[in-house]
Design a protein around this ligand. Structure first.
Ligand code: AMP
Length: 176
């Protein structure tokens, strides 16, 4: 996991003072680290029945797409409001200032399908929790939520685990 952690670049005070932005573009650009990260995301689910992977916009599309390909399953994009062209289900969630909304196509999952959520990073867990609510509203059984990075000081993994969805993450960074 050290290889993976070292491949993630930290940008201090981005997008605002006090935030340490964990930039995974450097990991994505490093063939060995990208491959190792996708393998490590897939590994805990070997032998499990997974029907689809849901990736959260935008970096969750890149990682989730690779995970779905490796598992030979379909992919569901969880998008920011207003981006999906067909009938959607929406779920709002609170940000530090204001609210945001994520959507999936209403027909993206069939009732009873098992879904694994993938994103690059879990901070407060608000986005992941909204994705879980959406997928459950569509009838999915969410069997896990997987992240490259956890910021444990923000408590997101605990928040997601409280919904009953097991959380896996590859590396941790202190602070926000
Ligand atoms: P949250 O809903 O608070 O768990 O925020 C998770 C989303 O915000 C993820 O899609 C991340 O890509 C992004 N994010 C939050 N904090 C950071 C950070 N310090 N560095 C990079 N991305 C972040």
């Amino acid at each position: 996991m050290n290889h993976i952690k070292q491949a993630i670049r930290t940008i201090p005070d981005y997008p605002k003072p006090g935030i340490q932005f964990r930039d995974v573009t450097t990991l994505l650009g490093d063939a060995g680290a990208f491959r190792a990260a996708v393998d490590a995301l897939v590994y805990p689910f070997a032998g499990r029945k997974i029907d689809k992977v849901a990736g959260i916009e935008a970096r969750g599309f890149i990682l989730g797409g690779a995970v779905a390909h490796q598992l030979s399953v379909g992919f569901i994009p969880v998008r920011k409001k207003g981006k999906l062209p067909h009938d959607t289900l929406s779920q709002s969630y609170e940000l530090e200032y204001g609210v945001d909304e994520v959507e999936i196509h209403a027909d993206a999952v069939s009732p009873g399908e098992t879904v694994l959520i993938v994103d690059d990073l879990i901070a407060t867990g608000g986005t992941a929790e909204a994705a879980i609510k959406l997928l459950r509203a569509a009838g999915a059984e969410v069997i896990g939520a997987s992240f490259l990075v956890d910021l444990p000081d923000l408590g997101g993994a605990r928040r997601v685990a409280a919904t009953g969805v097991p959380v896996t993450r590859l590396v941790e960074f202190e602070g926000e």
